[in-house]
Write a protein that binds this ligand. Structure first.
Ligand code: NAD
Length: 475
């Protein structure tokens, strides 16, 4: 049994009077590790450490911060397979996906290392002689971050990499469901030279930790990835204390498939993408709107691909692992059953698999009534909802019919239709004719209930920087 630790002020903390949280292998439902729950004293120590270490870390030349992040990225690449094995065992994803996630995390660190060197300010022409006007970019200060269980490594690195690159210190609450790989990333960063106190990792009772950290005067910025409901609570709390926020919340991505593309080819491509990570991805394509003329061919190919997906433990030669938690299986099963009762047609899956483990079959529902809960509530699992449309205006209205606004996809040969959907579908990210969302050099985030702020691109670094204006009359 592995005992993971918390990392506070440069040292690992385990055991003692702390409560212990069990980590379950979702393929076997056995306890494979434990992680200590942070006490109020742990959190206070992390706050003091993040606060104390901030001025020196912020003052380090950006090139030095960048070197540490580059070194950590190289070390992550070297340790990729070991970390992937931990990630796969605790979260359930196939080993190949886990190794891809660790490699992606290394790329994210490299990207923010480079961006740190380009946190340019600007000179603004003054109205009077002898005056210089500068807009300076400064790190916002100690950050409280909350990262999710679906991509335990890469989502944590989006926050840690950006904050550290910008010169912020950070306390990150990692996912209790799959903590081991995050611990290894933090170890790698510390070994690469991130000083004691600048990076702190805690686990425990999420509401207790957010209620302690967000109002604390040391914290200047809050970053959360998770559900809309929790995001709204944390944003409200941050607002009471006037803390800046980045909220990367859920989505319910529409996919519009026009009748001017090859439906079978597009369906096969989309189905392979849909079931990655068991569909537990905020930008996963979910509500498919397929033109009436292309519907049957699209559905047939999609169902064939869904039925060919091999489900099993992440360590085996499979395409899709178990879901990460029992609560996801229960939630999805409830939503799928309700949809069938509401009149949807079940074309594939729709049931739990195996007696042990959180396995759920790749599922395809067709002609799902618009008012069924699954059309409005993010399933966050291996479920595709495939509906028909005839009219362009109607499909855009239906794509925009939920409060979410994270990702959208469209497939068409027509540049007019491509322009129409890019302009009118209300999302933070739109991908047309391919699955092109997520590279770290591009802005990642949503509108509406899907949150605000961006976690990639140059915007990803901006989220951790303040602008200070300095007007100087030469003496
Ligand atoms: P949940 O709402 O219970 O928790 C979501 C996340 O928020 C978890 O990581 C949890 O640890 C954290 N959390 C919960 N309460 C918190 C609090 N008061 N303070 C700080 N953190 C808190 O849902 P779940 O069953 O874990 O996940 C399912 C839902 O979460 C999905 O519907 C999906 O929308 C969302 N989710 C989104 C992403 C994403 O990438 N945007 C990632 C994971 C989960």
């Amino acid at each position: 049994m592995v005992e993971h630790g918390q990392f506070i002020d440069g040292s690992w903390r385990t055991g003692g009077a702390r409560a212990s949280v069990e980590v379950i292998d979702p393929a076997t439902e056995t306890v494979v590790a434990t992680v200590p729950a942070a006490t109020a004293a742990d959190l206070d120590e992390a706050l003091q450490a993040a606060d104390r270490s901030f001025p020196a870390w912020a003052a380090r030349p950006a090139t030095e911060r960048a070197k540490i992040l580059h070194d950590a990225a190289s070390a992550l690449r070297a340790r990729r397979n070991d970390i992937a094995a931990i990630l796969s065992r605790e979260q359930g994803k196939p080993l190949a996906e886990a190794a891809g996630e660790v490699a992606n995390a290394a790329d994210i660190m490299d990207w923010f290392a480079e961006e740190a060197r380009r946190a340019y300010g600007r000179i603004i022409p003054a109205r009077a002689a002898g005056v210089s006007q500068q807009a300076l970019r400064e790190p916002v200060g100690p950050v409280a971050a909350f990262s999710p269980w679906n991509f335990p490594v890469s989502q944590a690195v989006r926050k840690m990499g950006a904050a550290l690159a910008a010169g912020c210190t950070i306390i990150i609450k990692g996912p209790e469901e799959a903590p081991g790989a995050v611990c290894e990333v933090v170890r790698t960063l510390a070994e690469a030279g991130v000083p004691a106190g600048a990076l702190n990792l805690v686990f425990g009772d999420p509401p207790a930790i957010s209620a302690h950290l967000i109002p604390a005067p040391q914290i200047r910025k809050v970053s959360f990835t998770g559900s809309v409901a929790v995001g709204k609570q944390l944003a409200a709390l941050a607002g009471q204390h006037m803390k800046r926020t980045t909220m990367e919340l859920g989505g319910h991505a529409p996919v519009i498939v026009f009748d001017d593309v090859e439906p079978g080819k597009v369906a096969t491509q989309l189905a392979a993408y849909k079931y990655r990570n068991g569909g537990q991805i905020c930008i996963s394509p979910t509500r498919f709107y397929v033109h009436e003329k292309a519907y049957d061919a699209f559905l047939e190919a999609f169902v064939a691909k869904a039925k060919s997906i091999r489900v099993g433990a992440g360590s085996e030669d499979i395409d899709m692992g178990p879901l990460a938690t029992r609560r996801r299986v229960d939630a999805i099963d409830g939503l799928v059953s309700a949809a069938v009762q509401d009149g949807a047609t079940l074309h594939a899956g729709g049931r739990r698999l195996n007696n042990v483990g959180y396995f759920y079959a790749p599922t395809v529902l067709g002609d799902v009534p618009a008012q069924s809960p699954i059309m409005n509530e993010e399933p966050f699992g291996p479920v595709a909802l495939i509906n028909r449309f005839e009219d362009e205006e109607d499909v855009i209205a239906r794509a925009n019919s939920t409060p979410y606004g994270l990702a959208g996809y469209a497939f068409t040969d027509s540049s007019r239709r491509a322009a129409l959907v890019s302009a009118r579908v209300r999302v933070g990210m739109m991908s047309i004719n391919h699955l092109g969302l997520g590279p770290i050099e591009t802005p990642f985030g949503g509108v509406g209930d899907s949150g605000h702020g961006r976690e990639g691109g140059s915007e990803g670094l901006d989220a951790y920087l303040e602008t200070k204006f300095v007007s100087h009359l030469a003496a």
